[in-house]
Design a protein around this ligand. Sequence first.
Ligand SMILES: [Ca+2]
Ligand SMILES: [Ca+2]
Length: 244
Amino acid sequence: MGWQVTFVYLPAQAQRSSLRYFTENWRGPMQNLSGLTVRTALLSTAMLAGAAQAAVTVIVPGNSNPNLAGRADGYACCSGDAAPTESPVTVAGLALNAGDVLTFTVTGSVYNAPGSPTGNMGDGTPYGDVMANYGDGLAAPSGLDRINALVGVYLGPGSPTGTATPARLSFAGGLAFASLAPEVGQIFFIGNGLTGDTYSGDQGGQAQQFTVPTGATRLILGTSDGFGWYNNSGAFNVSITAVP
Ligand SMILES: [Ca+2]
Ligand SMILES: [Ca+2]
C-alpha cells in the first residue's frame, strides 16, 4: 500500500491556468508534455510514518550512573552514589517495541571528575576495562575500554533490584559495530552513535543500529565510569530516533 505524490514543474505560460493545463494534458506519470517535466515519486506509508516520527532529545549529565537505572530512591552504589541524585536519565516520549531499531545523535562531553570535559565527545577516552560489574539485576559491559562515554540500558517496567543479573555484553571486539542487540538489563556502549571514533577525532561513519529487546519498556541513559559518578561534570545532548 503506497501513496503517490506528483511534483509538476510548469512553464511560465502554464502557471496562469496551471490546474486547467494540468488536467487537459495529463496522461500519466513520467511524461514530457511540450517541455513540461512531470516527475513522480512514490512514498510508502512506512516512509511517511517515519517522516512524522520526530527524534526525542534528552540531556544526560556526567553524573548519570547507569548502575542506578530503575533503582528505588535511596539505593546506594559504587562508592558515593545513590538514587535519585546520581540516577541515569530515562528517555521519555519514546514508545519501545521489541525489534524496533534506534539510532542516536550525540553531542557534548563528560568528565569523570570536576573540571572541564575532555572534548572527546560521546565515544569517551580509553581507560582499560573501566566499568565494574556491580550486578543486582544490571550487567556492566565487559571489555569496554572507554571512560566518559555514553551508555544505555533497556529495562522493563519493574526494578532490576533483586533480579538475576544477565551476562555482561562484551565490547572486546571493538566499538565500530554496525548493530547491537542488548538484552534487558545489559548496560551497553552507545558512544556517539556512529561507527567513527570521536576519540580519534573521527565524527563521521555510519549510524549504528540498536535493537529494542523483548520486554523493554524503558531506555535509560548514563555515562561510563568505574565508581563515584557523583563528582562527574559535563553533559551529553542525545537525540534518539526510531528507524522506520
Ligand atoms: Ca567520578
Ligand atoms: Ca563512535
